[in-house]
Design a protein around this ligand. Structure first.
Ligand SMILES: Nc1nc2c(ncn2[C@@H]2O[C@H](COP(=O)(O)OP(=O)(O)OP(=O)(O)O)[C@@H](O)[C@H]2O)c(=O)[nH]1
Ligand SMILES: *[C@@H]1O[C@H](CO)[C@@H](O)[C@H](O)[C@H]1NC(C)=O
Ligand SMILES: *[C@@H]1O[C@H](CO)[C@@H](O)[C@H](O)[C@H]1NC(C)=O
Length: 749
């Protein structure tokens, strides 16, 4: 759908009036023959709305799209109030159209008194607790966030999860307390909780005019203006008034009090405002706004706004705050990894005239094919251009560029640095980096994919679903390199492996929700591995003389564990050819290496792979007639197997770094459960009624932990985990694993 005419004019005008923009940028915009142009990154905001369930994220997003003119009607969001049941199918269809399901939605907002629009991309932030690569990428492409809280329930343990995500990815945020119309709304309490429980330097920039049924609007304590919203026009035209005389005096007093608290909170972290306040001077509105912006970007302050999205109150001032206080792409430092230089980090420059670096961060299957969402970090992505897939050294043509609106899609010809757009027909994986030429080897994502730590057999409940099942898994695999899908020939089962129980559960759930495939899964299995601990020489001869042509091959050398540095670098197996002379004819060397590689695939103790060994081949012997590739491969494999058993082999298991949070009264219970699961607590801290415990726990001990934790904490505890390292299991466990493997093997034969 084309709705670009107005936009073109504005964009070009915008570019012209920005004197510091590079001249090349302007040319790029002017040259484009159809709609679109490069947007000045200073007038761009890429934001996420971070909230846990039921805070009103959908309602807020919908009101934002309504007030910014992207949708024409307000709907009850997803018919939760029962209205949905009576909607006819056309309404449902329309409702679907505006459901903000897309990974990024574009809109424009003209801030009060501003001369130009700000271009806002709202990025959908998945709310999962665990840190899958997909969550990580979504959070990575946004520059700032609006954190939503409910004015009644305030800070909950899920808020802590949201907080952790924001901190982890260094996302500056503003806070909006929603639902002030609800009985029991207490914004002051919520702000107090933000300060004490979440430990944010938070202060109100608004006070409510009335709460619950009486909620009419807010007083902006920066400008000391009352902002009210009329019910008749669905709050579309907020009324600003600096005459507060009609308001109850307690309310005005409260506004003055909160203004003082705001200045105090800012003075704590901002020298400029501190100086003004210390000199007993009155800071100007501009001074205060600048200080709020600086300290929000520095992530040592969050301004708190409030209202009721449902009752159409407070949304426009929130949008103004997005423009005023959240970072533009120019305010954020982004780096890429130089693949030709040991993944050294390189700072990217948000400049449309530089060479292109763009990241594909999300794939979405839609009626028109697969849509690939991209964030342009540097340079300009143009329709018709060829871009290079850095991960694969491949050239792809960008046939179509679009911007996703709430209910429609707009074709564009260029997207400049800082912008977010989508492409069709670029069949790639999420996480791929694109550049403008073969000479640029910068990548936004590391090529090191961590090894999976857990696996699960999985099959569709009904065989009629097997096509959808494969399609879904194929898609997830493309999106997430840490998810592996394999087929076990022996058991005839599909096996998925990944970074943790939750990681796999997310995909099992997504198969159900997005592909309608119910599945049956086996017991999760931990990915152990085996390793050598000492250096052991080998001298192995494979010899067979049975009737016709025989087989002969000898390999001499040693095996040894890799150094810690090599392991840290991600090495798992190293083969070194240190032979001199031609005792092993060169044509057989690849077969020798192949034999060693086959040997490490399945360790003799537990059947899990052997990692962290080096094989050094020093010498060998061949026979003029009987030597061949097969003979050398077998010699190598057998040599390794013999030597490995003498190298004091060990079994290692993944040990996770587990972070738990729960109200302090449950500290004992949580610590006890961790100890029961062989966890070692490495850190614990309490903050405002909450305790946070960090522990090293073997993954094998974690199964079912989320249920246990919930029941021990009345549902208030939460945890997340990530791989810390692989560690040798204790002697007893090793014995058990070996016995179990031996039993399985004898059952097979
Ligand atoms: N009273 C009141 N209710 C609201 C407000 N905003 C949202 N709600 C209601 O709260 C419920 C949840 O709102 P949603 O917008 O669906 O919240 P969400 O955070 O997207 O929730 P999930 O979709 O479950 O993640 C709905 O019934 C909304 O109508 C508000 O400002 N006041
Ligand atoms: C780019 O490279 C990645 C990683 O090798 C690959 O998975 C993807 O399919 C490639 N994309 C294209 C468009 O070829
Ligand atoms: C390897 O074994 C062979 C046969 O047993 C022996 O003749 C040879 O000397 C050994 N080589 C080394 C380096 O030990």
């Amino acid at each position: 759908m084309w709705r670009a005419a107005g936009l073109v004019g504005r964009c070009i005008l915008a570019t012209q009036t920005a004197p510091s923009m590079a001249a090349t940028v302007f040319r790029a915009a002017a040259m484009s023959t159809t709609a679109g142009g490069v947007i000045d990154p200073r007038r761009m905001r890429n934001i996420g709305i971070a909230a846990h369930v039921d805070c009103g994220k959908s309602t807020v997003t919908e009101r934002v799209l309504y007030y910014t003119g992207r949708i024409r009607e307000m709907h009850e969001v997803r018919g939760k109030t029962g209205k949905g049941a009576t909607m006819d199918s056309m309404d449902l269809e329309r409702e679907k159209g505006i459901t903000i399901a897309s990974a990024a939605t574009y809109t424009q907002w003209r801030r009060r008194d501003a001369e130009e629009d700000t271009h806002i991309n709202i990025i959908d932030t998945p709310g999962h607790v665990d840190f899958t690569i997909e969550v990580e990428r979504a959070l990575r492409v946004l520059d700032g966030a609006v954190m939503l809280l409910c004015g009644v329930s305030g800070v909950q343990s899920q808020t802590m999860t949201v907080d952790k995500q924001m901190r982890r990815y260094s996302v500056p945020r503003i806070t909006f307390i929603n639902k002030l119309d609800r009985a029991g709304a207490e914004p002051d309490t919520v702000i107090e909780q933000l300060r004490s429980k979440v430990q944010l330097n938070a202060a109100a920039t608004q006070v409510p005019i009335g709460l619950e049924d009486e909620h009419k609007g807010v007083i902006d304590v920066v400008t000391m203006e009352a902002i009210t919203f009329a019910a008749e026009d669905q709050g579309a035209r907020p009324v600003y008034s600096s005459d507060l005389s009609g308001l109850p005096s307690e309310l005005v007093d409260d506004a003055h009090l909160k203004r003082g608290m705001l200045l105090e909170a800012l003075a704590d972290v901002d020298d400029d405002i501190a100086e003004i306040v210390l000199n007993d001077e009155e800071p100007s509105v501009a001074d205060i706004k600048a200080a709020i912006r600086r300290s929000t970007l520095a992530m040592n302050f969050t301004p708190v706004l409030m209202g009721s999205a449902f009752k159409n109150k407070g949304v426009q001032p929130l949008l103004d705050a997005v423009v005023d206080y959240l970072p533009s792409p120019l305010d954020v430092v982004n780096t890429a990894l130089d693949l030709r230089n040991d993944e050294a980090s390189v700072e990217l420059i948000t400049d449309a005239s530089k060479s292109l670096i763009a990241l594909a961060f999300k794939l979405e299957d839609g009626p028109h094919g697969t849509l690939t969402y991209m964030r342009v970090y540097q340079g300009t992505l143009k329709k018709g251009d060829f871009v290079f897939n850095v991960s694969r050294d491949e050239k792809v043509k960008v046939n179509r560029l679009v911007r996703m609106h709430a209910a429609s899609m707009e074709d564009i010809t260029v997207a400049g640095a800082g912008d977010i757009c989508a492409t069709f027909g670029v069949d790639c994986a999420s996480g791929d980096t694109f550049s403008s030429s073969r000479d640029v080897w910068l990548s936004m994502t590391s090529m090191h994919v961590p090894d999976p730590v857990i696996s699960l057999s999985i099959k569709p409940k009904s065989s009629t679903n097997s096509a959808k099942f494969s399609k879904g898994l194929g898609r997830f695999q493309r999106e997430d390199p840490t998810l592996r899908v394999s087929y076990d020939d022996k058991t005839k089962e599909t096996v998925i492996s990944g970074m943790g129980e939750l990681h796999l559960e997310v995909y099992v759930e997504r198969l159900k929700r997005e592909y309608g495939v119910e599945t049956e899964t086996g017991r999760p299995r931990v990915s152990f591995n085996e390793g050598a601990t000492t250096k052991v020489p080998f001298n192995y001869t494979h010899k067979k003389q049975s009737g016709g042509s025989g087989q002969f091959g000898r390999v001499i050398g040693y095996i040894e564990p890799l150094t810690d540095e090599e392991v840290a670098d991600g090495e798992t197996f190293v083969f070194e050819d240190a032979t001199v002379g031609n005792n092993i004819p060169p044509q057989f060397l690849p077969a020798v290496e192949k034999g060693f590689r086959e040997a490490v695939e399945k360790g003799p103790l537990t059947g899990h792979p052997i990692v962290g060994v080096r094989v050094v081949l020093q010498d060998g012997l061949a026979h003029a007639v009987d030597s061949n590739e097969m003979a050398f491969k077998i010699a190598a494999r057998s040599a390794f197997q013999e030597a490995f058993l003498e190298a004091n082999p060990i079994v290692r298991e993944p040990v996770m770094k587990v972070e738990c949070e729960a109200p302090s009264e449950f500290q004992g219970a949580v610590a006890g459960q961790l100890a029961q699961r062989k966890g070692v607590v490495t850190n614990s801290e309490t903050m405002g009624g909450y305790v946070r415990l960090v522990a090293d726990v073997p993954l094998n001990q974690i199964f079912g932990y989320s249920t246990d934790l919930r029941s021990a904490t009345q549902g208030k505890g939460e945890f997340s985990m990530e791989l810390l390292e692989f560690r040798p299991v204790d002697g007893q466990t090793q014995k058990e694993l070996q016995e179990q493997f031996a039993k399985e093997r004898s059952a097979e034969s």
